[in-house]
Design a protein around this ligand. Structure first.
Ligand code: NDP
Length: 333
């Protein structure tokens, strides 16, 4: 991480690729710890929020200038002096954007069980933090009832697409938006009843025709949130998961029609997955992996090769240019 951006992050300035440190994996000192080879790293929207002045408090720690970025990843243990960890174990957690990482203990890491032999990248997407986000937020706040109507934005991404499929499993009618025709096609493949491209269609008009909506899963804020507030049913539930339309705008995006919250007795719940995941962790890993393995829950990934692509991929996600869950493939087993 090289400098704090004002608007969109700039690859080569905000982040620089530096391959100057070389280690000898066979002999590097482990001091009782273990050596992990990084296989896959996740690129997520919230990484933009971590590119800030570290004195500003937020739910996720700020990146430190001069230090490697970090994000959710999957690695395989290639040497271990720690009896709790053995060679060949696959670990999930926040990893520095490096090819190899030495860790003392399992703090902040989980050993991943993969009985269905899914690709390891699945564990940073549908079965990782984004899938968990969808699951926890939906279970905690949707209070869904069969036959109700839900609206989901950024529907083709890992969070949105999981929310849509959970809503369909609950018997809801789902309206969802995304930013390209290919993404709209994917929305239809996962069962969305009314799928549209918010860049070529007017969200407010679609919701006026297809609503009212009982549940709004908000990944974006801005105009979509305003349209959802106007189209909400009395006693509607708004699940505030993300505000990506404002992440790169230093002035934020004002919401004009919040008065709907009292006029329609809406409940508005914001949440951060890390504060909810303990409650749902076991339930999630019991129910969702088999559905993903059998194809009942579908998911899509866009994989870029190599750590040198991280900066560009971060920017692509912020601009909505990613076509699916953004994964950096770092190394093979
Ligand atoms: P995605 O992989 O779907 O990537 C983000 C997508 O947001 C882009 O592909 C783009 O899709 C859309 N987007 C970008 N800019 C805009 C814009 N200006 N207006 C509308 N849409 C835009 O992301 P995730 O599924 O990983 O995350 C979705 C949301 O969930 C994000 O807001 C993220 O911050 C939030 N989140 C929240 C968590 C929590 O704990 N609360 C945890 C994890 C994620 P499109 O082409 O459709 O525009």
């Amino acid at each position: 991480f090289n400098s704090i951006p004002e608007g969109y992050p700039e690859p080569g300035k905000t982040t620089v690729y530096d391959d100057s440190q070389v280690i000898d994996t066979a002999h590097v000192e482990l001091n009782g710890g273990f050596l992990v080879k990084i296989l896959e790293l996740s690129i997520d929207p919230y990484m933009r929020g971590r590119m800030r002045d570290p004195s500003v408090e937020s739910y996720a720690s700020a990146f430190q200038i001069g230090q490697p970025l970090n994000s959710h990843g999957i690695g395989v243990v290639i040497r271990s002096e720690n009896p709790e960890v053995k060679k060949g174990d696959h670990l999930h957690g926040l990893f520095e954007h490096q090819n190899y990482v030495v860790r003392k203990n399992l703090e902040g890491l989980q050993v991943v069980q993969n009985p269905n032999n899914l690709p390891w990248s699945t564990f940073i997407g549908a079965l990782g933090m984004p899938g968990m986000t969808a699951y926890t937020g939906w279970k905690e706040f949707s209070h869904s009832k069969r036959g109700e109507t839900a609206f989901v934005t950024a529907g083709a991404g890992p969070v949105g697409s999981m929310v849509i499929q959970l809503a369909k499993l609950d018997g809801l009618r789902v309206i969802a938006s995304a930013g390209s025709e290919d993404k709209v096609k994917f929305l239809k493949e996962i069962g969305v009843d009314v799928a549209f491209n918010y860049k070529t269609c007017n969200t407010a008009e679609i919701l006026a025709k297809e609503g009212p909506i009982d549940i709004y899963w908000d990944n974006v804020g801005g105009e979509s949130l305003e349209a959802a507030l106007d189209a909400a049913n009395v006693d509607g539930r708004f699940i505030e998961c993300g505000f990506i339309s404002a992440y790169n705008d230093p002035n934020g995006v004002p919401v004009r029609n919040l008065a709907n919250v009292f006029a329609k007795s809406l409940s508005l719940n914001g949440f951060i997955v890390t504060r909810l995941q303990d409650k749902y962790f076991d339930e999630f890993y019991k129910t969702i992996p088999p559905l993903v393995a059998s194809g009942k829950i579908k998911h899509k990934e866009e994989v870029w090769e190599g750590l040198d692509k991280v900066g560009e991929f971060i920017l692509a996600v912020q601009k909505g240019k990613n076509t699916a869950k953004a994964v950096i493939h770092v190394g093979d087993e």
